[in-house]
Design a protein around this ligand. Structure first.
Ligand code: BDR
Ligand code: CA
Length: 311
């Protein structure tokens, strides 16, 4: 099985990533940690517990991590895209999954250190605050995880600013720590995730399931779609975070190229930009992987197939 530790800020696309992970055969969720991002830590943690409940993840550790970026003030939040709750649209069930009392950063460190080396993949789909704090707290986790497959950044564009993507822009210092730690990072950024559009046809596939999880996704898309149209001008919304999850589980659905990513920390117009070298002509090691192309039909078959397996 593929063992995953999900670090999330749900968030509609984070929620769909959790549901997909829960429904995919051969995936074991070793834990879910939350981080302030799309909404406050309190709200995204409540959402994570509700989504874990819909996914039937009783017994899976869910723990709350950091509530704000390492350096840059308060969490940004994005109510326009994700609503006041962070997950507007569906009616959230009372969670039957309990919150683990440990800090999310401790859960990341303890879970990685308890796993056999090379058997656990970290999938961060929010700001990188928890992951950065964890690798500072216990640098040995860098040598023990199989890899880090994150949603964030992009090599040609941003979404909060022309240069920077939300997860990286929220906590650029944390992103810098994650991209410079000695582990393999795969950046699943906007260039890739803008190919994963939840079209009306995709929505119909969820609607046709006639299950609680299928209906939950439809209710999410019916908020997220119009919100994405209003804020970013997309006819159909991109489900960013699901792309990182899928890359971690079925790598060949997401094509990658070797590259080197530096996070811009000081630029007046470019703070939070993931400056990506795909050429390697000035002596940088192309030590990261950068996602470029999505196999769209296989992606949606996998995601809808996974959600269809849930109650
Ligand atoms: C990222 O920001 C959030 O709005 C989404 O959940 C995703 O992780 C996309 O820029
Ligand atoms: Ca997210």
């Amino acid at each position: 099985p593929v063992r995953l530790l999900l670090d999330v800020d749900p968030g509609h696309d984070d929620a769909l990533a959790i549901l997909t992970a829960a429904g995919l055969p051969g995936v074991e969720i070793a834990g879910i940690t939350t981080v302030g991002g799309n909404q406050t830590l309190e709200k995204v943690t409540r959402n994570a517990l509700a989504v874990a409940t819909v996914a039937g993840l009783e017994g899976v550790v869910v723990a709350a991590g950091c509530d704000r970026p390492l350096v840059s003030g308060a969490v940004l939040t994005d109510s326009e895209t994700h609503g006041a709750s962070g997950l507007d649209g569906p009616v959230l069930p009372e969670p039957t999954v309990a919150l683990d009392p440990r800090h999310g950063v401790d859960v990341i460190v303890e879970t990685v250190m308890a796993a056999e080396p090379g058997t656990l993949t970290l999938v961060p789909t929010g700001p990188l605050t928890n992951v950065a704090a964890a690798v500072r707290r216990e640098p040995a986790i860098a040598g023990r995880v199989a890899e880090v497959v994150l949603m964030g950044g992009g090599y040609t564009k941003g979404n909060v600013t022309p240069a920077a993507e939300f997860n990286i822009y929220t906590d650029p210092e944390a992103a810098h720590i994650v991209f410079t730690a000695p582990w393999r990072v795969t950046m699943v950024g906007l260039d890739l995730t803008h190919q994963a559009l939840a079209t009306p046809e995709v929505r119909e596939r969820f609607a046709g399931m006639g299950t609680r999880a299928g209906d939950f996704v439809v209710d999410m898309l019916d908020f997220f779609g119009p919100a994405y149209l209003a804020k970013q001008g997309f006819a159909s919304p991109p489900v960013h975070d699901v792309c990182a999850l899928v890359r971690a589980v079925v790598p060949d659905i997401v094509r990658v190229r070797p590259g080197h990513v530096d996070v811009e920390l000081h630029g007046q117009h470019t703070r939070g930009m993931t400056v990506t070298d795909l050429r390697g002509r000035e002596g940088r090691d192309l030590d990261h992987l950068v996602a470029t192309d999505l196999d769209v039909p296989r992606f949606w078959d996998l995601v809808t197939g996974a959600v269809a397996r849930l109650p």
